[in-house]
Write a protein that binds this ligand. Structure first.
Ligand code: PSU
Ligand code: MN
Length: 312
């Protein structure tokens, strides 16, 4: 399972030897989250996708570091055995900033959301992270107050997150407003529009645009040089061949939201519930699109990490 490397004497964090070696040599590393494995996709597509995403990162010349909490230890870079186990184990905690320390303190297993993965990546010294889509402001947040902790984390933790925007089940205009308010740069990668997860377009303009991984790396260095805390969102649209048109999805999203309301789904259960309902409603097409977009994000994240490692 790999020797433990303690990066801090008090922090129970284990870096996979390959990840530790890459970080020590300043070679490119990409963090990957695990909530998408335990709560975002059905078994066994979840495990196959997690493996495929790691391969994509490797093919671009970076080392993948999938992050999860295993028996209270923050594990940065899962072995193949552990990835298999996590994908099939069923009930594990979905960890965000609020509950990551609980899982560590109590020796629990947990998968890390975007927020918790950012925290762990930052502690390990990993600057770039790929996911599918970040959490954001939910529709009806004006009454439910449901706003993902991912947004706050982007505002405070210095990790660059490559995602196909925020998940289309959310209120995307409000999500953009919160990111703007909290000073999080939202960079369209090769696009002027905020991608809408399964679709390339949302009708919303992104405030910033970059077309090259090297320019994203340069922006990261400049932010660090300015002493600006917090991360940034690189919004990378799903490849055109894999997208589901937004108009077609709108119906399914509406139905899933209605079903969630009727079933009284709240809190952490909302996003996994909606993703599962939309998967059923689209006959698995939303899952296929989700797999395509996360692979695409992993490739871009790896290129950014490579560019970052190349410039002193
Ligand atoms: N990207 C995906 N599928 C997912 C997620 C991201 O393609 O399931 C997860 C991430 O872990 C993200 C979480 O942090 O969904 C958002 O959950 P919530 O809305 O409860 O904050
Ligand atoms: Mn929420």
């Amino acid at each position: 399972m790999g020797a433990a490397v303690m990066t801090d004497s008090k922090l129970p964090i284990d870096l996979h030897p390959e990840v530790a070696a890459a970080l020590a040599a300043r070679r490119p590393v990409v963090a990957l989250e695990s909530t998408i494995i335990t709560h975002g996709m059905p078994h066994p597509a979840n495990v196959a996708t997690a493996r495929a995403v790691e391969s994509v990162v490797r093919a671009e010349g970076a080392v993948p570091a999938t992050i999860a909490v295993i028996a209270g230890r923050i594990t940065v870079g899962l072995t193949a055995e552990r990835l298999d186990w996590l994908g099939g184990v069923g009930e594990v905690m979905k960890l965000s900033r609020a509950d990551l320390p609980y899982a560590v303190a109590m020796g629990r297993h947990g998968s890390t959301t975007v927020a918790a993965t950012m925290i762990c990546a930052a502690r390990a010294g990993i600057a770039v992270f790929a996911t599918g889509g970040i959490g954001g402001v939910h529709r009806g947040a004006e009454s439910s107050f449901d706003i993902s902790a991912d947004l706050d984390e982007l505002a405070r933790t210095q990790v660059t997150v490559v995602a196909a925007g925020a998940k289309a089940i959310l209120d995307l205009p409000k999500t953009l407003e919160v990111l703007e308010t909290r000073g999080v740069p939202v960079v369209g990668f090769g696009t002027d529009e905020l991608p809408a997860f399964w679709s390339r377009t949302s009708g919303l303009r992104v405030p910033l645009r970059l077309d090259e991984a090297a320019d994203v790396a340069r922006l990261m260095r400049t932010r660090a040089a300015l002493g600006i805390d917090g991360g940034m969102l690189v919004a990378n649209p799903i490849p055109a061949a894999d997208e589901i048109p937004a108009a077609e999805l709108a119906r399914h999203i509406g139905a899933a939201l209605d079903a969630a309301a009727r079933a009284g789904i709240v809190g952490k259960a909302v996003t996994p519930y909606l993703l599962a309902r939309i998967g059923e409603a689209t006959g698995g097409r939303s899952l296929t699109a989700n797999i395509a977009l996360i692979r695409n994000n992993a490739a871009v994240a790896a290129r950014i990490a490579v560019a970052l490692a190349a410039t002193p």
